[in-house]
Write a protein that binds this ligand. Structure first.
Ligand SMILES: Nc1ncnc2c1ncn2[C@@H]1O[C@H](COP(=O)(O)OP(=O)(O)O)[C@@H](O)[C@H]1O
Ligand SMILES: Cc1cn([C@H]2C[C@H](O)[C@@H](COP(=O)(O)OP(=O)(O)O)O2)c(=O)[nH]c1=O
Length: 214
């Protein structure tokens, strides 16, 4: 099964994913993880990194929310052999960001009037045209945007490899994303959602999966 972890930058998705791996493994499940975007996967990963850093030769792509979203979508489509292999070898595949990231961030970057229709456009593109698998459960990790911003900034200071990109340093964008994620979760967009907090997140997910051992 596929479980996706979604939330704004600095929410703690990576941390939650690691904790979930430990608990699911202790409960006897075969677990695999994959994080999107796949920065190291040629040819799209490095291009996505450049795009998030402000563009360079890709400035016109960065400037367009739809073109940007297409880059992330094509990275996922290109990951299909890897994703399918993980699904075949595991009970649970945890995805640190997936299609809903495109729905939330893309909509948040568009003018207000174009926002409402964007998640359906993404679902048609990624689950429809590109045939990506629909997740069994989408987890929204909810933290205050103030907390997420403080932690993303501290992380960037501590780890030069994790410098804040143009999305991460845009506070307005992060706040709109947080709101859009809440709407996607409330609507159970594309498949069921579970909203969790940092501290009780792992237990809430295990409960949802009816896994009691720890
Ligand atoms: N449950 C938690 N309690 C305390 N700090 C946390 C927790 N989850 C994440 N953090 C801290 O917040 C920062 C961002 O977490 P990270 O997992 O890298 O976020 P994301 O993957 O969502 O960008 C990190 O410095 C991490 O140590
Ligand atoms: C996967 C994905 C990410 N994004 C955005 C969210 C983030 O602001 C940005 C980078 O992803 P992120 O997971 O934050 O990368 P990092 O490991 O550097 O923290 O890309 C999309 O807009 N659409 C997508 O499909």
């Amino acid at each position: 099964m596929i479980i996706t972890i979604e939330g704004v930058d600095g929410a703690g998705k990576n941390t939650l994913t690691e904790r979930l791996v430990a608990r699911l493994t202790a409960a006897g499940r075969r677990v695999a993880t994959l994080a999107y975007p796949r920065y190291d996967a040629e040819p799209l990963g490095p291009a996505i990194r450049t795009m998030l850093a402000g563009g360079g030769g890709l400035a016109a792509v960065s400037a367009s929310p739809r073109a940007t979203a297409l880059m992330f979508a094509l990275d996922r489509a290109a990951s299909r052999p890897e994703l399918d292999a993980l699904l075949a070898a595991s009970d649970v595949v945890l995805l640190d960001r997936y299609v809903a990231s495109n729905a939330a961030y893309g909509a948040a970057r568009l003018p207000t009037a174009e926002r409402a229709d964007f998640p359906a456009w993404i679902a048609d593109l990624e689950f429809g045209s590109l045939g990506l698998p629909i997740p069994d459960l989408q987890v929204l990790l909810r933290v205050s945007t103030t907390q997420a911003r403080a932690d993303a900034t501290a992380r960037a200071a501590a780890d030069p490899a994790r410098l804040r990109d143009t999305f991460e340093s845009d506070d307005g964008l992060q706040a709109r994303c947080a709101h859009l994620y809440e709407e996607l979760a409330a609507a159970n967009w594309a498949s069921p959602w579970l909203v969790v907090g940092r501290e009780s997140g792992v237990d809430a997910i295990l409960r949802e999966l009816r896994i009691t051992a720890s």
